[in-house]
Design a protein around this ligand. Structure first.
Ligand code: NAD
Ligand code: MG
Length: 397
């Protein structure tokens, strides 16, 4: 196996740290060329000393000066850059063949898109990038012979359960549908009347997965599953009506593919993101991930339920955005990001998240979007409208 050269976008986050943990176990196979963080410079500093990348990227010039000084004093040769343009450069470096896209939210779109344009192997955790830019992103992947491998556990499971030579034609492969599993998050069975009063801490306490704050709140509203329906649509060319969300509270089955002959193929494992990360890093080979083997005797029971669209309105909004197409998914995603941030800052109640997204989608009718610029314009407009609604809501209090 040749050594793979990596850029890690979002190295200081939950997925970034798990990625480096897998790489640490296989330092003969992977070389880190660039580590990109944002503001957590202590963690980035430690990562730079351990993985000795050629480049490190932080949010701004002030932080860049701070970390560069510390690295120099520690005898490190890592060069420090800063800002969104540096992320784009790191994702397109000629010496890099593989880009782990693990920035959270819309901020990850420009560098992940740049990786596609540069024809890289993209390990995609940053689902928001694909949700926002679906057709534009997939066209960039195709036209530049980039390779897109899903890190999201469900999509990685689907990828593993599809035929090895799957080309995006369901009928030809005898596939009748996808079952996308969801844990249901921390509020699956909480009384509906209580939801208005839940706190960010309660929303972030996911029953099975330890993740960044934004995706944890998305799991609690089930917007995460909505984003994943859109993600699955673009990754595997599956129409929305062939993607069924299934609540499976144990998170052991990570998703399933149904075939016309009645066969159902699934991927199972302990809920640990190092499994899909190791799978995508080594693909088509296999490497150990450091994950405990699944003990099916300990698990013993697996449950399945239909999702409740009343409890989780975000799920319906995501299906709507997919149906509306054009810039609608970008609008929805931006409104969600702003609303989730406001909830985390205790400016709005949990139940206002879906209400704000719905309002933004009603105010901004879908338009076609055939370029990255049009997608980014929809993103900023939706952010503006969502922020305005939040200010109004706060004034009413
Ligand atoms: P996180 O919040 O733990 O980490 C986010 C990373 O992005 C950090 O390194 C942060 O520095 C960086 N970042 C944030 N804002 C940035 C900006 N404006 N510019 C540059 N960098 C920025 O999030 P996470 O849980 O690791 O999730 C990352 C992505 O992976 C998300 O899109 C999420 O939906 C997806 N994902 C995560 C998990 C999981 O288990 N954590 C599972 C599936 C998918
Ligand atoms: Mg997932």
């Amino acid at each position: 196996m040749t050594v793979r050269n990596l850029t890690i976008l979002g190295s200081t986050g939950s997925i970034g740290v798990s990625t480096l943990d897998v790489i640490r176990q296989h330092s003969d196979k992977y070389r880190v060329i660039a580590l990109c963080g944002h503001h957590q410079i202590d963690r980035l500093f430690d990562q730079c000393l351990e993985f000795k990348p050629d480049y490190a990227v932080v949010r701004d010039e002030v932080l860049a000066k701070q970390i560069a000084g510390r690295l120099l004093a520690a005898g490190s040769a890592t060069r420090v850059e800063h800002g969104p343009d540096a992320l784009v450069r790191m994702a397109s470096l000629p010496e890099v063949d593989t880009v782990m896209a693990a920035i959270v939210g819309a901020a990850g779109l420009p560098p992940t898109f740049a990786a596609a344009i540069a024809g890289k192997k993209i390990l995609l955790a940053n689902k928001e990038a694909l949700v926002m830019a679906g057709p534009v992103f997939m066209r960039a992947v195709r036209e530049n012979a980039a390779v897109l491998l899903p890190i999201d556990s469900e999509h990685n499971a689907i990828f593993q359960s599809l035929p090895f030579d799957y080309t995006g034609n369901l009928e030809k492969s005898g596939i009748s549908g996808i079952l996308l599993t969801a844990s249901g998050g921390p509020f699956r069975s909480r009384a509906l009347a209580d939801l208005a009063n839940v706190t960010p801490e309660q929303a972030c306490a996911h029953p099975n997965w330890v993740m960044g704050q934004k995706i944890s709140v998305d799991s609690a509203t089930m917007m995460n599953k909505g984003l994943e329906v859109i993600e699955a649509h673009w990754l595997f060319n599956v129409p929305a009506d062939k993607i069924q969300v299934v609540i499976h509270p144990q998170s052991v089955i990570h998703s399933l593919v149904q075939y016309v002959d009645g066969s159902v193929i699934a991927e199972l494992g302990n809920p640990d993101m190092r499994t899909p990360i190791a799978h995508a890093l080594a693909y088509p080979d296999r490497i150990s991930a450091g994950v405990e083997p699944l003990n099916i005797f300990d698990i013993a029971t697996l449950n399945f339920e239909r999702p409740d669209f009343e409890r989780f309105p975000c799920l319906g909004l995501a299906y709507r955005a997919l149906r509306e197409a054009g810039n609608s998914p970008a609008t929805m995603n931006a409104a969600n990001e702003v609303a989730v941030q406001a909830f985390l800052e205790r400016k709005i109640p949990f139940t206002a998240i879906s209400a704000i997204i719905a309002k933004v989608m009603n105010v901004l009718p879908p338009k076609t979007a055939d370029s990255l610029d049009e997608i980014l314009a929809a993103d900023s407009l939706a952010r503006e409208v969502a922020s305005g609604l939040i200010t109004e809501l706060q004034a009413d209090e």
